[in-house]
Design a protein around this ligand. Structure first.
Ligand code: SF4
Ligand code: SF4
Length: 517
């Protein structure tokens, strides 16, 4: 229907909103529906309403699956709706949707989670080795297969006493011992809810691993988990107090994030609730802006000074690390970071998740973590620096297989985020930046945060990563490797089975069919 001639420009322009239809739509089986209105209550995105004695779809479904999961009659199915747009290989639906959204808003497109662009997953092109005949495998149920992992500065040389104890080491620093080569990345309070962060910290304690605090500081209730928290020092310095530095098990300077390399952070004022304001030490309801760079770091020498200052602040009690986004020059930057004195370095690949970022950066900047890990490990080895530092790598570690592959490519520790959130209910709907998460994860609204029970969250996350560690032992056993340290950077136990041999060469991985040696 055409807008009447006297209609306002806004009214007339509304027709453009109808060009690109919703991608998802709830389909309700009317015969089975109990008319209980539960789905309307559960849909935090306001996509459903009660009208004319029935549930009707209003629009704006993000396929978060909450209504479907909570419907007592299980009578809702979320369908992917074909757009009906004329197909075009260059001007894809995604491209046209972006153009229309910007023509309407005039602003930067925001999004969340890791990129959903169809870049190939290099992990899926890597095949693991297994032991046969000349290098016997190990049964992890009968023999020890060690997954204990240390985060911190390593010795380049150790002296052992006659009975095998370390008597002297050279150049080592404080280390954190974890039961498995996994750490949770920095998921800050503000980006996620109190109950989500509590679940992660409890799980880190139960698994005896580290969890990142994120850049939002540490809520007083979480000091009880400080022995398992890697405290972030980001460019905004939110919540960085003497107690924070004194209590956490490790400290990490955030230079970059895989989902938004070169970018800062922005927590909108509406998300800065009482709880967030106290924890971040900022006024209630004001935007929390993290500058793009640290205003005191413009060179490796500046970074060296901040590392030294933090080591002094923590009285050399805990390791101090640096997190960087994977970018084209990542190997050289990593080398500088190690020379600047970092005890551990975290590399965040371009598929890494976020609570909010400009879509243009998330989708088009950075480097895949598989390549970044391999080139960093190679460069640090060539320069005789690798043994000084723990390398952590993340940004789309989806499974135990990815974890094993990233370790074989050169990481000591796999950093995980999204997989942990999925264990708590996240459906990767990419709507975190809206603060309406129906699963109580990426929201500060009390009526939504209460949907996530931190005990259940912690239990599910703990089970997930316990299972990954068991799978790691299974694979190491099958490879005949009895300690995870022997898998680190062991690219000879990988083969490339993908379309682009150049990628294999850059990573230093042989093609399938090529033997050892
Ligand atoms: S609850 Fe989620 S899946 Fe259901 S209608 Fe709302 S947005 Fe769509
Ligand atoms: S955390 Fe919530 S809003 Fe974010 S992707 Fe997952 S389900 Fe969606």
């Amino acid at each position: 229907m055409n807008a009447p001639a006297h209609a306002s420009l806004d009214d007339k322009e509304r027709v453009f909103d109808r060009i690109i239809p919703d991608k998802f739509r709830p389909i309700i089986d009317r015969n089975a529906c109990l008319n209980c209105k539960r789905c309307v209550k559960e849909c935090s995105f306001g996509a459903l309403e009660w009208k004319d004695d029935r549930v009707v779809y209003k629009g704006g479904c993000v396929a978060c699956q909450r209504c479907s999961a909570m419907c007592p009659a299980r009578c809702i199915e979320i369908a992917t709706v074909p757009s009906g747009l004329p197909p075009h290989a260059s001007y894809t639906e995604r491209v046209r949707q972006g153009i229309n959204a910007q023509a309407s808003s005039g602003g930067v497109l925001l999004c969340s989670c890791g990129t959903d662009m169809p870049y190939g997953m290099i992990f899926d092109d890597l095949i693991l080795d297994a032991a046969q005949v000349t290098n016997p495998s190990i049964d992890p149920l009968r023999e020890q297969v060690e997954t204990r992992t240390y985060v911190g500065r390593r010795s380049s040389r150790v002296m052992l006493s006659g009975d095998g104890y370390v008597t002297e080491s050279d150049g080592s620093g404080p280390v954190v011992a974890m039961d498995m080569p996994i750490m949770f990345g920095h998921i800050s309070l503000g980006a996620v809810s109190y109950n989500c962060q509590r679940s992660l910290f409890q799980a880190a304690k139960d698994l005896n691993i580290l969890a990142g605090s994120g850049e939002g500081g540490l809520h007083a209730d979480f000091l009880q988990f400080a022995d398992h928290i890697n405290g972030e020092v980001a460019s905004g310095r939110f919540g960085v107090t003497p107690e924070y530095l004194r209590r956490t098990a490790a400290v990490e300077i955030k230079v970059g994030q895989g989902a938004k390399p070169g970018h800062g952070g922005h927590l909108p004022g509406e998300k800065v609730s009482d709880l967030i304001s106290q924890t971040r030490m900022i006024p209630l309801g004001t935007d929390a802006l993290s500058p793009y760079p640290h205003h005191d770091i413009y060179s490796i020498e500046d970074l060296q000074q901040l590392i030294a200052a933090l080591k002094e602040s923590v009285e050399y009690r805990v390791p101090v690390g640096v997190k960087i986004a994977a970018v084209h020059n990542v190997a050289a930057i990593a080398s500088g970071v190690v020379r600047a004195g970092a005890d551990f370095i975290t590399i965040d690949g371009f598929r890494g998740g976020t609570g909010s970022t400009p879509r243009v950066i998330r989708d088009h900047a950075g480097l895949p973590i598989e390549v970044a890990t391999a080139v960093v490990d190679k460069r640090l080895n060539e320069e005789g620096l690798r043994n000084r530092v723990t390398v952590c790598a993340g940004g789309s570690i989806r499974s135990a297989a990815d974890m094993i592959k990233v370790i074989a490519l050169g990481a000591d520790v796999a950093m995980v985020c999204t997989s942990a959130l999925i264990a708590m209910g996240c459906q990767v709907c990419q709507s975190c930046h809206r603060g309406l998460c129906a699963w109580g994860i990426a929201t500060q609204r009390p009526e939504l945060t209460s949907r996530l029970d931190p005990e259940i969250g912690a239990r599910r996350v703990t089970r997930l990563f316990h299972a990954w560690n068991e799978e790691l032992k299974e694979v190491m056993g099958a490879m005949g490797i009895d300690a995870v340290e022997s898998l680190v950077g062991n690219r000879d136990r990988l083969r490339y089975f993908g379309p682009n041999q150049k990628i294999a060469e850059v990573m230093g991985v042989k093609h399938v069919g090529e033997g050892w040696g």
